[in-house]
Write a protein that binds this ligand. Structure first.
Ligand code: MN
Length: 247
């Protein structure tokens, strides 16, 4: 493979040219035949049973620059996300979890101390797949009309929602995620979770997420999480994805 970012040598991902298009075909080729494809199709993340495969990014590594550089995305996706998928496959092999979908594993392992490592890796595999789709190269702007109306009902305006999402993303202490969610009654709100935690296990439907682990922004912004979040919510949020998830 000439441009894959799957090898374990740290230098490899950094060697990916900034605008190198990493195609679906490349990933499938790397993934190998016979493995269950982890399908990502908005709005549902239809993960098959193990062995899980790192799902393809919905855009090229350089497509989110300069908000997120190709170098950051290459490492974040090709190293961090891939490691969660690989670790999960190792951890569930030979266990009852091996026959479950990713979402089933997340729900079954949540809150069980004996399954903490499985939960962490399964949830992070899910969170990252969801995060890539929460972003889009020409993001931000005005949400689809139905979503905009729901945001208005919940927050007063789309802008107020974005301010709250950014505030929680910046204010979250340590590693974690900020989310736009819908509750069982369909009311929208913003929340944040620590480490690998996700709203699914609290009965909430995720619509969008922002990764605020330092690995998401440190190469590009160092300690300036607020700058990363401001650029991301202003220019890269995928409102169409959120709208599809809302249903
Ligand atoms: Mn991450």
């Amino acid at each position: 493979m000439s441009n894959d970012v799957f090898h374990d040598e740290p230098a490899r991902a950094e060697a990916v040219p900034p605008e190198s298009p990493l195609t679906r075909r490349d990933f499938l080729a790397v993934a190998g035949a016979g493995a269950a494809l982890v399908g990502i199709g908005a709005p549902n993340l239809a993960f098959g049973a193990t062995p899980f495969v790192l799902p393809p990014l919905p855009y090229a590594l350089g497509a989110l620059a300069p908000v997120i550089s190709a170098r950051t995305l290459g490492l974040h996706y090709g190293k961090h996300h891939k490691a969660y998928v690989d670790n999960l496959n190792k951890l569930v092999k030979g266990t009852p979890f091996a026959d479950q979908t990713l979402e089933q594993i997340v729900r079954a392992a949540a809150g069980k101390p004996a399954a903490q490592a499985i939960f962490n890796n399964a949830a992070q595999a899910w969170n990252h797949a969801f995060f890539w789709h929460s972003l889009t190269p020409k993001g931000g702007g005005t949400p689809p009309a139905k979503l905009a109306q729901r945001l208005g009902e919940a927050f007063g305006s789309t802008e107020a929602c974005v301010r709250e999402l950014a505030a929680q993303a910046v204010g979250h202490f340590g590693s974690g995620w900020a989310w736009l969610v819908a509750d069982a009654a369909g009311k929208l709100s913003v929340t944040h979770t620590a480490n690998a935690e996700l709203p699914l296990t609290a009965g909430l439907k995720p619509l969008l997420t922002i990764d605020v682990w330092e690995h998401a922004y440190y190469l590009d912004y160092q300690n300036r999480r607020a700058d990363y979040v401001a650029a991301l919510v202003g220019q890269r949020l995928n409102w169409a994805f959120a709208s599809e998830n809302l249903g």
